[in-house]
Write a protein of this length. Sequence first.
Lengths: 218, 236
Amino acid sequence: MVVSGVAVAPVAGQQAPPAPQARFVVVLDAAHGGDETGGRLADSQFEKTFTLALTMRLRSLLGARGIQVVTTRESDAAVAPERRAEIANHAAAQACLSLHASESGSGIHLFVSSLAPVQPVRFPAWKTAQGASVSRSLKLAGVVNSALLQAGISTTLARTTLPVVDSMSCPAVAVEIAPERSALHETTAGLGDPDYQARVAAALAAALVEWRTEAHQP
Amino acid sequence: MIPRYQKIIFGLLLAASVVMGVTLWHLRQRAHERLIVGQDSSPTSAPQIAPSEQATLLVANDSDGSMLTQVLSLPLPTDPGARARSVLGKLLDLYAAPDAAHSVSGGAGSVIQVFLLPAASLGPAPAKPKLEASRTVIILSGESSATPPGTQSQQFGPQLAVVNLSGAFAANHPSGIETEMLTVLSICATLHANLPRVTQVRFLVDGTQRATLAGHADLTRTYLAADAMPAEEIRP
């Protein structure tokens, strides 16, 4: 340790200060926006409105837990897919969630990029940047899946191609929220249900807190 | 008092008007029929005289995001392109049924054409879809073939199926990552199950390239048919 040009040896018996915890950043991507409305949901609201509201709610929950959040949009603005990936890649985030909503299906649909895993390179191709993070994305999807199941929300997990996610270099999962339906296909909790929204947001926040814990483990 | 010659002229003019009106209506009907025939001269459904064969359909289910194999007996044409269209038409008919597990309106008429072309090589057996393939140039006349016509590769080699969907089908498709991917993957898997030479699938909407099906599923890339089979799905 050097202070003002004088070498100072650590005092025997004095504990070294704890190493500062590594920065943990989460990127929340509210899908669609502006003219690109996304799907029309049952309660006449657009997918873009739902995803933005969920993003804001999740940002508050994560902020309260000391997690730094970067969002790709905070208003009803159109953001190009390339710009969304650009924001995520500039943030050097440890987790990226792309939030979607749909009236089709039941529960939460989790998607990881279908790109084949590759070794990280210094300058990855833009359209396949996710390839180096796919293995970690699968682990992140597993953590999110566990948190949602613990919250009593049914999930499906699959791999797909989404240009936004494929260009992200962080561990990334696309989360599509659909209404909860019973075995008889009756809707038990719609997308407009505030309780359902709160449960989903809380489960996603819990998953990201768990992911932070795992990321900080040696 | 109206003179006699004026009455005769009036009668002749009236008769001529009626004859001209009937002729015009008749010509209009003929022109309309010609237009309808010219619009779609390709078969819209499998001819009933064709022998029934077993067709394997990979039917999507929205409730759990799965695809179930359904074997049906259908009269299928021998021409591979018409055969592919018939099988996909049946698949979309199932989706248009009122109690469909994956509900999409449109039915068989949503598949305008299916073109089968020699497939471009994508390199050594990729484990997952490769984005590089999205840059493949499709020329529907078949001029994109790297192999000269009539060669063994063209006759027996892997094929690229280009599925031309109607704009109405895309416009009315429910929006969502899962539902759109299920439609795309079930089309790819059904094509591969019935025409094993089809290894790659691309999509057009009303004859032109479209970015997504209904806001999510990427229609600009080439899908590898084998990757669409249910065995590739991940289950929690």
